[in-house]
Design a protein around this ligand. Structure first.
Ligand code: G6P
Length: 489
């Protein structure tokens, strides 16, 4: 039987209600890799069984849509979804989301190879949360654990990502009846690289996070490198011992494995078939220029300033192309993101000027664009330029491969991806199949990769790469994790 998710716990709700009920306008879907990956393993709710999703109520009008316990049945393209929202006051939310999740854990966990706060002028040093911030994190995690325990029938529970890392341990402490799975969508850090930021109380906070994760029966990470770093940290911080299939923790087996996430190729293909070309691409074509595209959440892990600097340098050397860069606003109000905006503005201004002197259109905007426009840009680009400093997976290269499959092989794009992104580790970044790993901190090699990419070098997206993206899609990822989870108890 195909495994289906019973209970999903994620910080993000499946969607946020940003319009009042009476307005009858569509609610905005949440963004980010987690949602894209998890959607395909949702089983429609038939009134008694199916998937239940528990997330935080972040939408402006969420309360209008739910009953007094936060429940509603959402109408989704995959059928009805039983959905519960948990609501928190602004102080708790600021501590949990602003302090612990996104000013401490998120920047810390991306320290896999390079001390990024030292290597760039804008990447924030992970900040030790205040006592009250940490308390808020505990409160939110506890609310999720309690909500899961209120579900009857001992379902299997799949907890997602760093914001809820304490939940598996809390579920175990409460005697949760079913199997407990945890998946980390972001990288797991190297203790050696993160060492400068683990002084004071930070090491203890990281230890508590790892201990929370170890409450699961199965811990999934993106890559085998993440698994190795997690196993090492669990040993050093929590006395967990490597054993066949995972870790031994206080005499209990915690299975640990690499489960690289995938995308839903059908969703991308459907959009690629119907989406119109965006105006800026049309203009570039009229000028006879190739198009380079950069799309992502405007996050400090994405290497956007480094990419813009490489683009400016290519223009200065007389290379001609149009650039369309779109960074969607994310985590607004989280202080750690402030310096990034300044860095992007500065580099974008330089690149714009360099583009002007060679008569090329250059765009770098901060905007949320619709799904069809995202896929349209991925389909029509000649170079898909991602440059993450570190990334759990980075789904953009995978989406681009599928979107470009509609084009003849000889006209497809070259995709660039940061060498420390999961996608480069999992799919191989030697460039022979159209995916080339680049080091965003090595300016000269970034420029060279861009220039070669514009010439279709080392190779354009190949049928083999596209087939692999299809084979490792989100559905098979979820099913594999859930099947292993069922077996783990
Ligand atoms: C990444 C994280 C997700 C997160 C998403 C969007 O993909 O792994 O857990 O949901 O970014 O971030 P946000 O803070 O808006 O939920």
């Amino acid at each position: 039987m195909t495994a289906r998710a019973q209970l999903i716990l994620a910080n993000r709700a499946f969607l946020d209600h940003e319009a009042p009920r009476w307005a009858d306008s569509p609610s905005s879907a949440s963004s980010g890799g987690l949602l894209a990956a998890v959607r395909p393993v949702i089983a429609p709710w038939d009134g008694r069984s199916g998937t239940t999703w528990i997330g935080v109520g972040m939408g402006r009008y969420d309360r209008e849509w739910v009953d007094e316990r936060g429940f509603e049945i959402l109408d989704t393209p995959r059928g009805p979804l039983r959905h519960r929202r948990l609501f928190f006051g602004s102080a708790i939310w600021q501590g949990h989301y602003g302090e612990v999740a996104n000013s401490f854990t998120w920047p810390l966990f991306h320290l896999v190879r390079v001390d990024l706060p030292r290597a760039t002028p804008y990447y924030p040093a992970p900040v030790l949360p205040t006592e009250s911030g940490w308390h808020s994190f505990v409160v939110v995690n506890r609310a999720f654990a309690e909500a899961a325990c209120e579900e009857g029938g001992a379902p299997s529970c799949w907890v997602h990502d760093y914001q809820l890392a304490l939940v598996p341990g809390m579920l175990r402490a409460r005697g949760f009846g079913g199997p407990i799975g945890f998946f980390l969508h972001i990288p797991f850090p190297s203790l050696a690289v993160a060492a400068p930021y683990l002084e004071g109380g930070s090491r203890e906070r990281l230890r508590a996070i790892v201990e929370g994760m170890l409450g699961a029966d199965l811990v999934g990470l993106q890559t085998t490198d993440d698994v190795a770093r997690f196993v090492e940290a669990a040993g050093e911080l929590c006395d967990a011992r490597p054993t066949a299939g995972g870790l031994s923790v206080g005499g209990r087996l915690v299975r640990v494995g690499a489960y690289p996430v995938g995308i839903d190729p059908e969703e991308v293909l459907a959009a690629a078939k119907r989406a119109k070309p965006v105006t800026r691409v049309g203009m570039a074509r009229e000028l006879g220029l190739p198009v380079v595209v950069g799309l992502e959440r405007g996050d400090f892990t994405k290497g956007i300033p480094e990419r813009l600097r490489a683009i400016a340098e290519a223009y200065r050397r007389g290379v001609r192309f149009a650039y369309v860069g779109i960074a969607s606003p994310t985590r607004e109000g989280v202080e750690a993101y402030g310096a990034l905006e300044v860095a992007i503005e500065r580099e974008a201004a330089r690149a714009r000027e360099a583009a002007y002197w060679v008569g090329c259109p250059f765009t770098q905007v901060r905007a949320s664009i619709g799904w069809d426009d995202v896929v349209s840009l991925q389909r029509d680009a000649d170079v898909v330029f991602t440059s993450s400093l570190a990334d759990g997976m980075n789904l953009v290269p995978l989406q681009a491969a599928v979107a470009q499959s509609l084009r003849p092989a000889g006209e497809r794009a070259v995709v660039l991806a940061g060498v420390d992104a999961g996608v480069a580790k999992v799919y191989g970044g030697d460039g022979s199949r159209g995916l080339r790993a680049v080091d965003p901190l090595d300016q000269e090699s970034l420029v060279a990769a861009l220039v070669e990419g514009l010439a279709g070098q080392p190779a354009r997206i190949s049928d083999a790469f596209i087939a692999e993206v299809h084979a490792h899609d989100a559905r098979s990822w979820g099913e594999r994790f859930l099947a292993d989870l069922e077996e783990s108890c």
